[in-house]
Design a protein around this ligand. Structure first.
Ligand code: ZN
Length: 499
């Protein structure tokens, strides 16, 4: 066994990681700026900057000598479970994937994406799938070629999922979703049969400045560090890390309803807490990086849903909400909790409640696996989408903008991403239940508005390990058992059925 410091190749890889992190964080800053500040006139030059940086990062990482350094480290061998061991494993995985794609395919994919994104925006506006279909056809074809180059064991779609969730397999996801679906439908049916809360009782003005002040107070209370982050306004809420101690959140404001910006901030602050909890001394290395989208999303859902939509949350925060929005005076914490947990049949995934959300995901997963399995032609997607949607959610899709054209993902050539949203929901419930079981005092702390116990548990078990373990192993180690749908179903029954 060799010490890492004795292996010059390992030092070279550390230096390269730092160099790549400098470039990647610069790219992330340019992208954040594009979403929050950039005037329209600057878009074309910005696209060139981003393309150049992206190409440069790829070129530096795929140099032949990088492969030699990784091979030298593998030869040397490092202690199992050490930082070095995990870094080398992840560098190998990333290097092989990056070098297996011929540069002609990389370029063609990037060009097609750029055109497809604007074609999708126009097609969605006009609700005309046929205008987007040729672009989607090409992107699916190129994605197939990418997957073939990367390689897979059972099914081509697995090679695509791997970009977002290392080690996830579509056969397992199918089994998971097949089991979850009837349970979710049953909970949704019962929740939907209940008298909804009259949201007219929330009607009134919610000035943006008051929402900002309230959101900031809440984000600070759950542990978001404003000396190492900030909140800005963007069309789509997101969170991005620009380097150690620089985490950016965005949200949007609706001056007739404060819930959208509040839950946007809580969701993104959950992502931000994960980023702020990563090891600064390993920034740029795999062990200093978030492990997967399914785990990242567990952190956002935890703070948004498990904490932020709970009765305990509103017991603590309703008086502050009334302070900022005086017309809420007279509402009880129980009523506010109901107002923030309404089950509803709706077309749009991003607006869906916790019960129906995963049904939207299953639909997308089924469509994607059918397309990549060769069982569904692109032209038939709208018909198939609408048929399955009515079957799942009991609504007839009136237009493609409310159906298969609603999400941006396919226009970016992103396939295999959607399942990670559901994995995030399941992981959130599983980890939340495990934290409460291991440290029962967390429940009392949450009721008192003290979030440090829950955050501390996540910091230790999920944030600090970075990508040391594969996503599923990380969750299993943290909770003491692999994630199953049980905790999530129990959470939904408790929340929506009072069971
Ligand atoms: Zn998220």
């Amino acid at each position: 066994m060799t010490a890492a410091s004795d292996t010059p190749a390992y030092q070279k890889l550390l230096d390269l990681s730092r160099e790549l992190a400098l470039l990647q964080d610069t790219e992330a800053l340019l992208s954040w700026d594009q979403e929050t500040q950039l005037p329209r006139g600057g878009v074309a030059w910005r696209a060139e900057q981003m393309a150049w940086l992206g190409g440069e990062i790829h070129r530096r990482f795929t140099r032949e000598e990088v492969g030699e350094w990784i091979a030298a480290c593998e030869e040397a061998g490092f202690a199992e479970d050490s930082d070095e061991d995990a870094n080398v494993r992840e560098w190998r995985h990333g290097f092989d994937r990056a070098t297996r794609l011929p540069s002609s395919l990389v370029e063609e994919f990037e060009k097609t994406r750029a055109l497809a994104k604007s074609a999708w925006a126009e097609a969605r506006q006009a609700s005309d799938f046929s205008a987007f279909a040729p672009h989607l056809e090409t992107l699916v074809d190129l994605s197939r070629q990418r997957a073939e180059n990367w390689g897979y064991e059972d099914c081509l779609y697995d090679a695509l999922i791997d970009d977002f969730e290392r080690g996830a397999r579509s056969a397992e996801l199918k089994t998971l979703f097949d089991g979850l679906r009837p349970e979710l439908v049953a909970i949704a049916d019962e929740a939907l049969s209940r008298e909804p809360f009259d949201t007219a009782r929330l009607a009134g003005d919610y000035p943006e400045a008051s929402q900002q002040a309230f959101n900031r107070e809440v984000a600070e209370a759950v542990g978001f560090d404003f000396s190492a982050g900030r909140i800005d306004t963007a069309v789509h809420p997101f969170c991005t890390g620009l380097g150690p101690r620089d985490t950016r959140l965005t949200t949007r404001y609706d001056e007739s309803d404060f819930r959208s910006s509040l839950y946007g901030v809580l969701h993104e602050a959950g992502h931000g807490l994960y980023d702020q909890g990563l090891r600064e001394d390993c920034h740029g290395q795999p062990v200093g990086r978030a492990v997967s989208l399914g785990v990242h999303e567990s952190q956002s859902r935890l703070w948004e849903n498990h904490v932020g939509r709970s009765r305990a949350f509103w017991e603590r925060w309703l008086p502050r909400a009334i302070h900022y929005f005086p017309h809420l005076e007279g509402l009880t914490a129980e009523e506010m909790t109901r107002a923030c947990n309404q089950a509803e049949r709706s077309f749009i995934r991003v607006e869906a409640d916790e019960v129906t959300y995963d049904l939207h995901i299953m639909l997308r997963f089924e469509i994607e696996t059918a397309v990549f399995g060769g069982d569904l032609a692109i032209a038939d997607i709208p018909g198939e989408w609408n048929r399955r949607f009515e079957d799942l959610l009991g609504l007839k899709v009136d237009r493609d903008a409310n159906g298969c054209l609603q999400d941006i993902h396919w226009s970016l050539g992103i396939f295999g991403y959607f399942p990670t949203y559901s994995l995030g929901n399941l992981n959130a419930s599983h980890l939340h239940a495990a934290a409460l079981a291991q440290q029962p005092e967390i429940e009392t702390q949450l009721a008192a508005g003290d979030y440090s116990g829950l955050l501390g548990w996540m910091r230790e078990k999920i944030h600090r390990p970075g990508s040391r373990y594969l996503p599923r192993d990380l969750v299993t180690r943290a909770a003491g058992a692999p994630a199953t749908p049980e905790a999530h179903l129990a959470h939904l029954r408790g929340r929506y059925l009072g069971a």
